[in-house]
Ligand binder design. Structure first.
Ligand SMILES: Cc1cc2nc3c(=O)[nH]c(=O)nc-3n(C[C@H](O)[C@H](O)[C@H](O)COP(=O)(O)OP(=O)(O)OC[C@H]3O[C@@H](n4cnc5c(N)ncnc54)[C@H](O)[C@@H]3O)c2cc1C
Length: 408
């Protein structure tokens, strides 16, 4: 493991810092970078777009994207260095991780020349925000079981059905949707991917209210929504291949994010302020032992992240440790936030954005679901990392329409 920047990396870091110093300021001690966007505040969306445009215009957006699409054609290590530095500064909430992190790379791989030219630069500059329309009420982990249909209508397609948990759909201009085009084919084979204009007639977006009071994601209903065949991504009935590209990028993006947000240092600060039954909580050896345990586990995860960074820095592909980040990191974050809430006693029941423990605790269950649930991550590690036998998949070769519950 190599913890030091190479001279070139150090120079790049200095350049990144100089840009950030010029345009924003360092976070105050104890201040955490913004978490996921959970509100409906249009002003927060505008601030986020303005920051993205400033980065793009100065060459600090989409560093790994090819220059032709507005990137700089740099390596993943430069992207990691930029992200590390940006997280130290006061910047708006990031509303682009789905578009830029997942859907942009999907269009680069499977999109037509026209689609790439029309969309990628505007996406990279944040002028148009994108959402992912994959999950349905009956298809989440098993997303290939989806039932939203698309039927040919001349040069167009007509979409009918419902998607759910669609992050940011209420402020997005474009979505990437996977729909069923051939119910007679086995479930993975009759799917097609489209780009859909979220302002099309026939789309209804209903925000879902979350337990933290926010409303970051939505139910999206499609009633005869017309989509031109020009907006098809990949071949008809070959949408699963397109979806897999998006899902692989989703897991890599979540894994690479590492451990940010509420952590052991916040617990120490809270324990110094909080009163237990016998004085300050920090005087209680049981509290100190719990915080120390979290510190050790967080450090283990951080060093696992460094292994990934070292591989990237040497131009190698990171190994299976990338799958571990999310499976270990999300529950760890949930447990640390729970202790943060507990340390505040009765005050812990009140939402206090200053401490961040409540927000982290309420967001944690979602982090264990999004991008692959804990159980799905275990399946992936079991099958692809440890080489254990795959789960039996009895429906793999059956026509989708012949499966129980899908007969119309
Ligand atoms: C914060 C957040 C943001 C999201 N954003 C989006 C978005 O922008 N676009 C989008 O399309 N979707 C989005 N999702 C949806 C997300 O992809 C799904 O929640 C996820 O795939 C799980 O699907 P599900 O909720 O339907 O649960 P299910 O798949 O129904 O799972 C229910 C339970 O069964 C378990 N389970 C399922 N299959 C197996 C198996 N084979 N083996 C063992 N256990 C299993 C699961 O682990 C889980 O505990 C988001 C979700 C969250 C929490």
């Amino acid at each position: 493991m190599d913890f030091n920047d190479s001279p070139a990396e150090a120079g790049f870091r200095a350049e990144a810092r100089a840009f950030l110093e010029r345009h924003t300021e360092l976070l105050a001690p104890g201040e955490t970078p913004p978490g996921p966007f959970i509100g409906e505040d249009p002003e927060a969306v505008r601030r986020s777009q303005a920051w993205q445009a400033l980065k793009f215009d100065n060459g600090w957006a989409c560093l790994t994207w090819p220059t032709g699409f507005g990137g700089r054609g740099l390596g993943p290590m430069e992207q990691v260095i930029w992200t590390q530095e940006e997280l130290r500064y006061r910047t708006p909430v990031n509303i682009f991780s789905i578009g830029i992190g997942m859907l942009g790379p999907t269009l680069m791989k499977h999109g037509t020349h026209g689609q790439k030219t029309r969309h990628l630069r505007k996406m990279a500059r944040g002028d148009e925000v994108w959402c992912q329309l994959f999950s349905e009420p009956g298809a989440g982990s098993d997303v290939a079981g989806l039932t939203t249909r698309a039927r040919r209508d001349g040069a167009d397609w007509l979409l009918e059905g419902q998607k759910t948990w669609n992050t940011g759909a209420h402020f997005c201009k474009w979505g990437v949707i996977i729909v069923r085009t051939d119910p007679a084919a086995p479930k993975h084979k009759g799917l097609t991917c489209f780009i859909v204009d979220m302002h099309s007639p026939g789309i209804e977006i209903r925000p879902i209210r979350q337990m933290d009071g926010g409303s970051g994601f939505n139910d999206v209903f499609f009633s005869g929504v017309r989509v031109s065949d020009e907006n098809r991504v990949g071949a008809v009935d070959d949408g699963w291949r397109v979806a897999i590209t998006t899902l692989m990028n989703e897991r890599a993006a979540i894994g690479a994010r590492g451990m940010t947000g509420f952590g052991p240092a916040d617990l120490v600060r809270l324990a110094r302020e909080a009163h237990g039954p016998r004085g300050k909580a920090i005087e209680d050896s049981a509290v100190r032992a719990r915080i120390a345990d979290f510190h050790v586990r967080s450090a283990g995860l951080r060093y696992t992240t460094y292994r990934t960074l070292t591989a990237l820095s040497r131009g190698e592909t990171p190994g299976p440790e990338n799958s571990i980040h999310k499976l270990v990191g999300a529950p760890l974050r949930q447990q640390m936030a729970a202790l943060g809430v507990e340390l505040q006693g009765q005050a812990g029941a009140a939402m206090d954005p200053g401490y961040g423990a409540q927000a982290a605790w309420l967001a944690a269950p979602g982090m264990r679901l999004a991008g692959g649930t804990d159980e799905i991550m275990r399946n992936i590690i079991a099958e692809r990392v440890l080489g254990l036998p795959a789960e039996p998949r009895t429906d793999k070769d059956l026509p989708f329409a012949a499966m129980r519950g899908n007969r119309s």
